[in-house]
Design a protein around this ligand. Sequence first.
Ligand code: ZN
Length: 405
Amino acid sequence: MSRVVERFIKYVKFDTKADEESNTVPTTEGQLVFAKELGKELEELGLKDVSVDENGYVMATLPANVDKKVPVVGFIAHMDTSPDMSATNVKPKFVENYDGGDIKLNEEVILSPKDFPELKNYIGDTLITTDGTTLLGADDKAGIAEIITAVEYLVQHPEIPHGTIKIGFTPDEEVGRGADYFDTYKFGADLAYTIDGGAIGELEYENFNAAGAKVTFQGRNVHPGYAKDKMINSMLIANEFISALPESETPQATEGYEGFYHLNSINGDVEKTVLNYIIRDFDKDSFEKRKQTIKEISENLNKKYPGRVSIEIKDQYRNMREKIESVMYVVDNAKKAMELAGVKPIVKPIRGGTDGARLSFMGLPTPNIFTGGLNFHGKYEYVPVCSMEKAVEVILKLVDLYVNM
Ligand SMILES: [Zn+2]
């Protein structure tokens, strides 16, 4: 078994499921247990400044072995797994020399190329799957295994020149809190990469601009038998609001770089109705326009039903592209590293947000590189061994590119 696989198999045994409801940092105790284990491992590797803080953030340094000035490169992965699926007692299974057919995870659960056609890309490869009862945790323990394995290689091969390398493992990415207590100053990198998610070749440096809009409609309830010209039904005003937004700009009707309005919830009765929307767009101007549209529809309805409509719009996160564009070499180097490792880069916009996006706005430009895993957050999750090994190679090529820049 290769080192990266060995590590990965060890890590998935740690239950690090995040918990949205929890107010502790990290949200679950298991993450702290895993953080301490990783800290120990990094110490044993001989890394410097190894720290595991009380919030569960793990950091370490591999000092440069060259005299010249080289950018300090960080590699970041997250320790937690999705709150949507059990991560207790994960029993990874190996499918060697995959033949392109159905994979029986257990008596009831089949991982089939009919449902997941990408499986066909991995014929002949060794796959690591679940036993059909939990998720696998390749998101993002594959990333952690890949980073540590690459750094171990550098430690064992001191003849390979490299700049200072920083390692950071974060908790609670899956509940959107991974960057909350990330100390970019302490981390001390000039730029970083998250190694997280995605099939081999994926490279991401664009994500949505995001806002939430809460629209409240105030009605007036009267006995329906005596309601003529008196009753104001807040649900029906809400209905007018909903209908005023373009039907074609919803999550189910958009893809790629297209933005949307998403009606996330309706709570209402005659007296009061609340609509919760999320607004997403890659383009900054068109994002602002969407917020403006929401305001205009409310204003128009307020003309028809004076004082009945109020809105609250809150920005949530922003497209990291804004911050990456001035340091495009960070992305170009990732592409180059992939090509040098024989991997075809697949640049895709993230239709969501990432910790990397938040870190980029905290002053640490952080695009994302694949781990090789697929079908995250559920029992069909799997990771091809070849892809994990390629991710290790990409990290090493990147390190090499920066020392020779
Ligand atoms: Zn992830």
